[in-house]
Design a protein. Structure first.
Length: 320
């Protein structure tokens, strides 16, 4: 009887240890709430693809992903405390918002240059060159977005009299462009490339035509100051998984298959996206030409004056 009692106690103890271990492992993953604009895009979708590919799980993270129509909407959600990371936000909006006192921080660069961006018209439009944009309405997503900064830079470079017009997300922009509500639409790969291939639209200019943007950060990944303080380890693991996801996206056929399923675009378009957006465009470790970004932000009224070196050091907090 005594042996039975001892055995029962031992089994019970082992069961308890097993239960505690299972609880510990079950609770191991930290949750980060991440806002992504333009569902289906290649660069803004890095977090989504990494989640599907298991890279964030590998680093003990579970991403709760929220989709927004544009970067400024994500920044507002970040300021409101409802998310931990705002990915693919326009750098001009980020700097301007920080300068106004918002407690946000740059976690990494998200896109350098604008190889994914293009401006297009319906196939039967009389517009055939950039100079034909004069006196026409030209779309961008929202004030402070990277598409807003890009169209202003395009207008400045080519001395255009075009009228920038916010049109919301890319799907809404396609509708407004094809129905004549706006003369020139904006797109970002892969969105709308099927219309180009089908002969329904024509690309007039691309982000590569805008000299000021070629070697400059245009989008960044952001977090909140309090989030950075409270979840620094989790955010460090987020960036580690994010970088590993980029390596995978540019090396594995599995990544392209998952992206095709996620975005709903055919393989032919996926291959075109890869050619348009080189890997170095989505490298994370340096916010390039920040001085140029600030100078343009001042000129475009996103910023009253350039940030001081101390402010830049406070704003840019890229995990090593």
């Amino acid at each position: 009887m005594r042996r039975f009692v001892i055995l029962a106690v031992a089994v019970s103890a082992l069961a308890g240890i097993s239960y505690l271990n299972s609880c510990r492992f079950a609770a191991a993953d930290d949750t980060l709430k991440v806002a992504l604009p333009q569902r289906g895009s290649w660069d803004a979708g890095i977090a989504e693809l990494g989640q599907r590919g298991g890279f964030f799980k590998k680093h003990g993270l579970d991403l709760d992903i929220l989709y927004t129509s544009a970067g400024p909407e994500s920044i507002q959600a970040l300021i409101g405390g409802s998310i931990d990371v705002a990915a693919a936000s326009g750098v001009s909006a980020a700097i301007g918002t920080f300068a106004k006192g918002a407690p946000i921080r740059i976690l990494s660069s998200e896109m350098t240059g604008a190889p994914d961006l293009y401006w297009y018209v319906p196939a039967d439009s009389p517009i055939h060159t950039i100079q034909d944009f004069n006196s026409k309405t030209i779309a961008f997503s929202a004030v402070g977005s990277s598409s807003n900064a890009a169209v202003l830079a395009l207008i400045a470079q080519f001395h255009l009299t075009a009228k920038p017009q916010p049109t919301g997300n890319i799907a809404a922009t396609i509708t407004q462009t094809m129905t004549g509500q706006v003369d020139v639409g904006f797109g970002a790969a892969p969105f709308g490339l099927d219309l180009v291939e089908g002969g329904k639209t024509r690309i007039i200019a691309t982000g590569n035509d805008v000299a000021a943007l070629r070697n400059r950060a245009v989008r960044v990944n952001l977090t909140g100051a309090q989030t950075l303080q409270n979840k620094r380890d989790a955010l460090g693991r987020f960036m580690l998984a994010y970088r590993e996801t980029i390596d995978w996206m540019y090396s594995s056929p599995d990544a392209l298959k998952i992206y095709s399923e996620y975005s709903g675009v055919p393989t032919s378009i996926v291959q075109r996206v890869l050619k348009l957006i080189p890997k170095d465009a989505v490298e994370t470790d340096q916010v390039k030409d920040l001085d140029g970004v600030m100078a343009d932000a001042v000129a475009q009224k996103f910023l009253a004056a350039p940030l001081t070196p101390d402010q830049v050091k406070e704003l840019v907090q890229i995990p090593k």
